[in-house]
Design a protein around this ligand. Structure first.
Ligand code: NAD
Length: 433
């Protein structure tokens, strides 16, 4: 269970102001002492510079237009946390490293790669010194690099456990891509290693930090359209090269389910704040298709939740890209199509008003999901908070995926431990300091 004891600490603005002058630790200590009823700590002196408040500008548009708040200023580069990206594949190069350009609290500090030529090229592109470029063999010496605050593991799934454990033993906090690992045993090793080293462990569930998805969760939790009855979710795509690691059981752990189906599972849990207590699943792979010699093509599964909500989920590596979900509540439905993509998310809400069936397509504006997620990691390190999606969140998904596979094999429903508290596996809400 994540530790929630520190949830009431400093306001975000107070913290960021303090971080700007290195007073954050003193401010946190003062707050802890105040909460413990100890003698009042000396007040934090407001810093002269830097200030993370945006510069006030006159409004250009009438008050009837959509309000767009200016973004809070980032910390100056010298004060941002350093990230070592471990594995320079598609996600690292196309999404994560570019996203650091939109991060408020993080910057690229080091690279870990098995390809010296590629690593040198990426280092040159981003101004990373040679001393901060590591191979998988020299990775452990990252402990001697004070520029690195956390490692971001972006390797094939079966390598997540090893590189998380080594990262924690090297004294670094760990942000790890999804799926967390390929077995519950590996997930536990990762949690234990980070706990033993006193380091944070966060799983990179970018959806849980994204504003449109958070708005959908708010519609569920506020019961604006009454209680939720059913959640439907689809995430699938046509896989290409049969020889890539995603098609190898030993490296991927499974097929469509742990790769893209995980979004249906994790997002439904996030929206509802509940845990399923039973799953029922079927799996199918087209015979003779070389992509599915070792891993499954398609999985469909149902989840039953203690409140009575049911969910229907579909994932596949064998149909044209489709990513969406819909929440059916008593007096309205809402969801996203597309959902789960890196950008272009489209929320939808439908409900009746007298004779009119209202169908709305609200948009909350687009934010880089990887930047949001890395900034949450930084906030948790700086403020000593449990990440919103800690290792326990990844372990719970792994537990459920194993039950889904078991049900598909046996053809029977599989029960899961009943969890009655809400958001049991989540830590500090993002953006709340
Ligand atoms: P990729 O194949 O493009 O990159 C993987 C990297 O790992 C490559 O640089 C490769 O050289 C390296 N590698 C090291 N050892 C390897 C080995 N034994 N076999 C194969 N490659 C090896 O994969 P990717 O799409 O970047 O995915 C990496 C991780 O990120 C996966 O865990 C995946 O699930 C996750 N991912 C997450 C998202 C998301 O939206 N959060 C999206 C895509 C991928």
């Amino acid at each position: 269970m994540p530790d929630r004891s520190d949830e009431a600490a400093l306001s975000r603005r107070t913290f960021l102001k303090a971080a700007g002058t290195g007073l954050a630790a003193a401010a946190l200590a003062g707050e802890a002492a105040r909460q413990a009823g100890a003698q009042a700590a000396p007040p934090v002196t407001p810093p002269q510079t830097p200030d993370t408040r945006p510069i006030p500008l006159p409004a250009l548009n009438a008050p009837t237009e959509q309000r767009r708040d200016p973004p809070p200023l980032p910390l100056p580069p010298a004060r941002r946390l350093g990230v070592a990206v471990v594995g320079l594949g598609t996600l690292a190069l196309n999404e994560i490293i570019p996203a650091l350009g939109q991060s408020k609290y993080c910057k690229l500090a080091a690279l870990v790669s098995g390809s010296p030529g590629k690593a040198a090229e990426v280092a040159a592109q981003h101004g990373i010194p040679t001393r901060s470029v590591y191979s998988y063999g020299t990775y452990d010496t990252i402990r001697d690099n004070p520029d690195v605050d956390f490692v971001y593991i972006v390797l094939p799934n079966s390598l997540h456990a090893e590189y998380t454990v080594r990262g924690a033993k090297a004294g670094k906090h760990v942000l790890c891509e999804k799926p967390m690992a390929t077995s519950q045993a590996e997930c536990r090793q990762m949690i234990d290693a980070c706990r033993a080293a006193g380091r944070k462990l966060m799983i990179a569930y970018r959806i849980q930090y994204e504003p449109n998805n958070r708005y959908m969760r708010q519609l569920v939790q506020s019961r604006q359209y009454g209680p939720v009855k059913v959640v439907e979710s689809v995430n699938g795509q046509n896989q290409g090269d049969p020889d890539q690691w995603r098609q190898k059981k030993a490296l991927a752990g499974g097929g469509a389910l742990p790769d893209v189906g995980l979004y249906c599972l994790n997002t439904t849990r996030f929206l509802l704040g509940e845990e399923p207590d039973e799953v029922l699943a079927r799996a199918y792979s087209t015979p003779g298709d070389p992509r599915f010699r070792e891993v499954e093509e398609t999985v469909t599964w149902q989840m039953r939740f203690p409140s009575g909500v049911q969910s229907n989920n579909v994932t596949s590596y064998g149909f044209h890209e489709d990513r969406r979900y819909r929440v059916h509540a008593a007096t309205g439905w809402f969801g996203m199509d597309p959902a789960y993509s890196y950008s272009g998310l489209q929320p939808m809400v439908s409900h009746a008003e007298g004779k009119v069936e209202r169908r709305e397509t609200p948009r909350l504006g687009e934010k880089n999901q990887f930047a949001l997620e890395m900034d949450h990691m930084a906030e948790c390190i700086l403020q000593d908070r449990t990440p919103y999606t800690p290792g326990e969140e990844g372990l719970q998904d792994q537990r459920i995926m194993e039950a889904i596979y078991e049900s598909a094999r046996s053809g029977r429903p599989v029960k899961l431990p009943t969890v009655l508290t809400r958001d049991t596996f989540r830590g500090a809400e993002p953006g709340e300091g």
